[in-house]
Design a protein around this ligand. Sequence first.
Ligand SMILES: [Zn+2]
Length: 187
Amino acid sequence: MCLHARAFRKANPEKAIEAVRRWEAKNPERVRSWARASYHRKKESCIAKVTAYQSKNAERVREWKRKYEHSEAGLFAKRVKEAKRRSAKLMGSIPDPLPSRIVKVVFDNFDNRCVWCGGAADTIDHLYPLYSKPNGHALDNLVPACRTCNSRKSRRDPQKWAEICGANLETIQEKLRNVCRQAAGSL
Ligand SMILES: [Zn+2]
């Protein structure tokens, strides 16, 4: 900081603050990364301060917590937590990774191609997100996909995702029905 700038700031504190605000609005990503870095540098003292405040103001903290739990954000967080719990429960009750013979059937029937983009498939995608279906690991819910499509699709509804990537969900599901018919005797 040169002397001139320091003198300017001293003489025009409001203008200086205004300039900082403008810069921050233009560079939100840098502001966030600085905040993150600063938090990690001072993590322990930050946590200690928060803990001290919470133990001093227990009643107030309880009140905020109650409010948060009934707010839109709080209810949404609760739903996400519940969905994750269900998903973990499902995963626990089903062999993971999938048996290799099932993986082979899924890949073979779609010629090792990603059902979404037609590229080379290297993962198995659950058509409907695993947690949203009682039998998510069933053969009629498994399709080959490339890593990129699988992670971009994430937990989207397959119909919405098919519209985004231009794939035909009807054709995929028709093929899945055939796969199940053929596999019925052999698995
Ligand atoms: Zn793909």
